[in-house]
Write a protein that binds this ligand. Structure first.
Ligand SMILES: [Zn+2]
Ligand SMILES: [Zn+2]
Length: 219
């Protein structure tokens, strides 16, 4: 759906009534009037309030149907179908405008997530922490892939993962638990621990933190 929306955004549609560019909107769930679907999640709609169709539509609807309403010119993407769509007011569809910048951002994130997932298979062999860190610190990535990344983290056994992960807000207890577990294992395998006072890494058997000089409990 995302890629289709981005492809549609490249299409230019012009209103035959006012020559203004049409706006890509999310389609309402049902075909107004006959209850059929639009066959498209998106519609191009003329939202120009000075459009002659919209301006003249009020009188037409009043005379024809005896209620308040007008028309917006609408085209279905990737087709030659166009309609005069009845609307109850100027605000109709203004809340359904596709947010181009948000979509592009989402798409970029999605592409990066896909690239990171593809790299998971041989990142241990390649000693490549980056795709694992990317997935673990992308809260929108799929939970299953993040769980897998947390497991791979243990195999990578790289202390460089600790700071980026400790500085990230996961907003999800499950993945955070997996990561805490992984970090504990990595630290243990390096005979290290985090100082509970200053968070610097110190030897597991140290009695005093070499960074903050505080006395440490037995590990
Ligand atoms: Zn128009
Ligand atoms: Zn310390």
């Amino acid at each position: 759906m995302l890629e289709r929306a981005l492809a549609y955004l490249e299409e230019k549609h012009t209103c035959p009534h006012c020559k203004e560019e049409l706006t890509l909107c999310y389609a309402p769930p049902m075909h107004v009037g006959d209850g059929l679907g639009w066959g498209s999640e998106f519609l191009f709609i003329c939202l120009n309030d000075d459009c002659s169709l919209f301006v003249n539509g009020w009188d037409f609807v009043e005379n024809q149907y005896g209620h308040v309403g007008s028309y917006r010119h609408m085209e279905i993407p990737n087709s030659n179908e166009s309609y005069n769509m009845m609307v109850a007011g100027a605000g109709a569809f203004t809340g359904s405008i596709v947010d181009v910048e948000a979509l592009k951002k989402q798409n970029k994130r999605y592409q990066q997530e896909k690239a990171a997932i593809a790299k998971l298979d041989n990142c241990v062999e390649a000693h490549d922490l980056e795709p694992v860190l990317y997935l673990l610190t992308d809260n929108a990535a799929s939970p299953a892939d993040r769980k897998r990344a947390a497991e791979i983290l243990i195999s990578l056994n790289d202390l460089d993962c600790i700071e980026p992960l400790r500085n990230h807000d996961f907003g999800d207890n499950h993945i955070e638990q997996d990561i805490n577990m992984a970090i504990s294992k990595i630290l243990a395998s390096h005979y290290l621990r985090e100082c509970p006072f200053c968070t610097e890494l110190v030897k597991a058997r140290a009695k005093v933190c070499k960074h903050c000089q505080k006395e440490l409990d037995k590990a």
